[in-house]
Design a protein around this ligand. Structure first.
Ligand SMILES: *[C@@H]1O[C@H](CO)[C@@H](O)[C@H](O)[C@H]1NC(C)=O
Ligand SMILES: *[C@@H]1O[C@H](CO)[C@@H](O)[C@H](O)[C@H]1NC(C)=O
Ligand SMILES: *[C@@H]1O[C@H](CO)[C@@H](O)[C@H](O)[C@H]1NC(C)=O
Ligand SMILES: *[C@@H]1O[C@H](CO)[C@@H](O)[C@H](O)[C@H]1NC(C)=O
Ligand SMILES: *[C@@H]1O[C@H](CO)[C@@H](O)[C@H](O)[C@H]1NC(C)=O
Ligand SMILES: *[C@@H]1O[C@H](CO)[C@@H](O)[C@H](O)[C@H]1NC(C)=O
Length: 292
């Protein structure tokens, strides 16, 4: 028995515990009330169809029960009991429910559709259940470490990524922030919220890093400017007096704060909600362009 069947039976039991039904629960409900559940999520003025069973957390969601053409029930009264699977139950007489899942996780959404007897049809009930996986959209890519970049050394950059894994990361370094005409990037899978990239900067100066991250429901692109110090400058800093060191340190903090704020603005402006899961890969791997 698959997970879906177990979920359905659980759902049925839950609904039956709350409602004393006269109809036989084991009749094939799809023959009684043929229909299906369709999920929509709003982002701004756009509604996205979510047909992969994946929803974004904290986003206004609408689930519609679409009754297949059924002449006998055109004048019947319907009742809908929506069990969101997170302890929330919503009753109504409309085939639509509006809600949102505040937290990511896996839920089983159950719907009981009841129809009162009409001249042409008996009183019946239909039970529907569907498993939904609620994911957090990617909201932020924040550079955590390091605060210092030197030339010709193995530097590990660490980022905090706010969003539900697994995530697909596509990144590229742009030396001197020169636009890359090939448009290639390196593809990495991320199974946690910390992203680590190793890089050997071969030149001092300001370099750019473009990071694009997506999960099944969202995508975020962020650009970072990194100031890489040359070896000679580094030596002078080390040999200088404590007083000079303190001022340099403060300047460096102010600088990195400003840089961080800029990257966040860029980040929020580029967030995209994905309409549905693509079967084709969005990002193509070209290998590291500037590793030596
Ligand atoms: C179904 O019929 C019963 C009894 O007549 C009534 O109390 C109930 O409100 C009806 N339900 C709907 C959804 O009309
Ligand atoms: C929803 O309806 C069920 C029976 O149909 C009832 O047991 C439950 O208390 C109702 N819940 C609310 C919030 O009205
Ligand atoms: C939810 O279900 C998916 C697929 O069945 C699974 O990969 C994932 O680990 C589950 N998530 C949680 C939080 O249980
Ligand atoms: C619809 O009503 C007709 C009688 O008007 C009946 O013959 C038919 O079986 C009904 N269909 C269903 C699915 O109940
Ligand atoms: C970084 O690259 C430079 C130039 O290619 C090379 O000389 C140096 O050994 C590299 N450093 C590391 C840590 O790989
Ligand atoms: C750079 O450092 C990381 C972690 O310290 C290591 O995994 C990686 O192999 C190193 N790369 C090179 C080219 O030395």
């Amino acid at each position: 028995m698959g997970r879906k069947n177990i979920a359905w039976i659980l759902c049925l039991l839950l609904v039956l515990l709350g409602v004393a039904e006269t109809t036989d629960p084991w009749t094939d409900f799809t023959e009684n009330i043929p229909g299906k559940l369709v999920f929509y999520q709003m982002e701004g003025n756009t509604a996205y169809i979510r047909d992969t069973g994946e929803l974004a957390s904290d986003v206004q969601t609408e689930t519609v029960f679409e009754l297949f053409e059924h002449h006998n029930y055109s004048t019947a009264d319907f009742t809908y009991t929506w069990d969101l699977g997170n302890g929330k139950v919503i009753n109504g007489t409309e085939p639509v429910v509006r809600y949102h899942y505040p937290q990511s996780g896996n839920y089983t959404l159950c719907l009981k559709v009841g129809v009162n007897k009409t001249t042409f049809a008996p009183s019946i009930a239909g039970f529907y259940s569907t498993n939904v996986q609620v994911l957090d959209a990617i909201k932020e890519i924040r550079l955590k470490d390091p605060s210092y970049y030197g030339v010709s050394q193995n530097t590990t950059l660490a980022f905090y990524v706010d969003g539900s894994p697994p995530m697909w990361v596509c990144w590229r370094f742009l030396p001197n922030c020169m636009e890359d005409v090939t448009g290639g990037c390196t593809l990495t899978m991320l199974y946690e919220n910390t992203l680590r990239l190793n890089h050997n900067f071969t030149e001092a100066g300001v370099h750019c890093l473009d990071v694009s991250i997506r999960n099944d429901i969202s995508q975020l692109q962020s650009s970072f400017s990194l100031y890489v110090k040359g070896n000679h400058t580094y030596l002078v800093y080390i040999l200088s007096s404590a007083a000079v060191f303190v001022t340099t340190f403060i300047a460096a903090i102010a600088c990195s704060r400003r840089r961080r704020r800029r990257s966040q603005i860029a980040a929020s402006g580029n967030g995209v909600f994905l309409e549905r899961r693509d079967t084709e890969p969005l990002l193509v791997q070209y290998g590291t362009q500037y590793s030596s």
